[in-house]
Unconditional design. Structure first.
Length: 323
């Protein structure tokens, strides 16, 4: 089963489960799934509860929550606000955080590369309050947590591993929780910029694109780590597979692909990767309007975090309270 993950890269636990269940045609022991939906979004909660399930899934034991909303690719302010609310609710339920907790928000990624700039862009929109705790007005006392944020950059810019930087900050300010925001890689093109994943397992920067880095986890930092990510890229072979699947389902073209109908997913991906030129073999693809999409989804992610961290803030009048 693990061979499948050598050909299909994904950071989403939901996709890992989908690929496995499609392959083995049965539920995976130790993987519990709960799904809820409305007219705009689907929320899927995946709980990996055993070491064997962790091995088979290729994902650490823990809880993974996925919020999918295809409409997020379009400028839709009411939908964005709804997804912010969903994100805030799921984040608050994922960790039992006292009112007086200090939270460190970490925006991972390279701010010079748009598909990798989700973390830095979202961090810019976080309501930071750690430096204001002694100056908050009575209206906000008890309803605003101590929040600080940083975008540490990437190894190629700083010469330091992200874990080295964050470990130093954590040892100094001793937060109760770290929330890491990062761009992810998906195995399905329709999930790019339409999906938000929360996980209480921490994060390994760059893992979705095959770029292994030291992880930001409770083991490495000594405090709980919540990961929030959005897929911004897919592998070129994923697009090729999606195209073949779509053509197979289309009556006018289906007969040309009958020979591939009975092939396993692993065999189909092997064929596609062999056909793609070497220069496209590891190509990662992002939407052409990625600049606008990253800006929009960064606002959604930051808005959800802000609501979860500061539930008593009136965001329409926040500047009046903080200054």
């Amino acid at each position: 089963m693990n061979q499948l993950f050598n050909t299909v890269r994904t950071d989403l636990a939901l996709e890992a489960r989908e690929m496995l269940t499609k392959r083995v045609k049965e539920d995976i022991p130790g993987v519990l799934v709960e799904t809820g939906e409305d007219e705009d979004a689907v929320i899927t909660r995946v709980h990996i509860s055993t070491p064997e399930a962790e091995r088979v899934m290729g994902k650490a034991q823990g809880r993974y929550i996925t919020i999918e909303a295809p409409g997020m690719r379009y400028k839709n302010t009411p939908l964005q606000q709804k997804i912010m609310n969903f994100l805030a609710t799921e984040l608050a339920a994922l960790v039992d955080l006292p009112r007086n907790a200090t939270v460190l928000i970490v925006g991972l990624g390279n701010w010079n590369v748009t598909p990798d700039a989700l973390g830095p862009r979202a961090t810019q929109k976080i309501v930071v309050t750690r430096h204001l705790q002694d100056m908050l007005s009575p209206e906000l006392k008890g309803g605003v947590r101590s929040v600080c944020a940083i975008s540490p950059g990437v190894l190629g810019i700083t010469g330091m591993e992200t874990t080295e930087i964050i470990s130093g900050i954590v040892s100094r300010i001793k937060p109760s929780l770290v929330i890491a925001i990062d761009a992810l890689a998906a195995a399905s093109s329709h999930r790019v910029i339409t999906t938000i994943q929360l996980a209480n397992t921490g994060i390994h920067p760059g893992s979705g694109v095959g770029n292994k880095r030291f992880g930001l986890t409770q083991s490495s930092l000594g405090v709980p780590v919540i990961a929030i990510g959005v897929p911004t890229v897919v592998h070129a072979s994923t697009i090729a597979m999606d195209t073949i699947d779509t053509l197979q389902e289309h009556a006018a073209f289906g007969r040309y692909f009958k020979s591939m109908a009975n092939l396993s997913d692993q065999d189909r991906h092997t064929i596609v990767r062999q056909v793609l030129p070497d220069m496209l073999g590891d190509l990662m693809v992002t939407p052409k309007e990625v600049d606008r999409l990253i800006e929009d989804i960064a606002a959604v992610v930051a808005g959800g975090i802000n609501q979860a961290m500061h539930p008593h803030i009136d965001y329409d009048n926040i500047h009046m309270y903080l200054h």
